[in-house]
Design a protein around this ligand. Sequence first.
Ligand code: PGA
Length: 255
Amino acid sequence: MNKALRKAVIAGNWKMNKTPAETTALINEMKPLVADAGCDVVLCTPFVDLQAALEATAGSNIGVGAENCHFEKSGAFTGEVAAPMLTEMGVQYVIIGHSERRQYFGETDETVNKRTLAALENGLTAIVCVGETLTQREQGVTAELVAMQTKIALLNVTAEQLKKVIIAYEPVWAIGTGRTATAEQAGEVCALIRATVASLYGKEAADGLTIQYGGSMNAGNAEELLAQPDVDGGLIGGASLKAPDFAAIVKAASK
Ligand code: PGA
């Protein structure tokens, strides 16, 4: 990562794990371990845990995020949560377009774009996920696919709004599989995402963009991944559910 140009951000993605009581307990365990972090620290939790997370993190250096938001402000969308609802609670971040949402819940590049715009219009920082499947990597279309996902996600996002965008490169084949991209593979695609953003917004804006790697990042491999110049942090699933493991990744990003 290049700390002179941009912020390192380590974000946990708890997925569908932890009850509110477990949220309080895990954050209380994490707080002292990450208190002197030299990077931004974020925890994205299930909707029902957000209140507990906000209370447990109050006065600490941990930011709180949701794992999705709808693109409409309100309406007949049973089971969905709108961006203004999150903002009013004090939530600062939201993950958009995670591959599990694309795979299991019909999320498309178009809905990712709409949700990204809704998040930004409501002052949230959007952690926008892109990444290829194993088949796509084997077909040799990773570069084209990730550039396309990035471009569509950012349609109509202004240069000012881009300052509140984080892009997370998450190769689908590395998520929850224990199979991490090599540091070179991660670095290569993150550089490509930066070049794509530079083609849309210019070099300075692209240099200021935080690009995370996600996919089986853990205490053992974080340092090597984060040593890549275009990898500015991580979106951490499994390892964010264990305080010592998450703290070790935060420590690696703080160097
Ligand atoms: P993982 O998940 O760290 O468990 O692979 C990452 C993610 O899905 O964001």
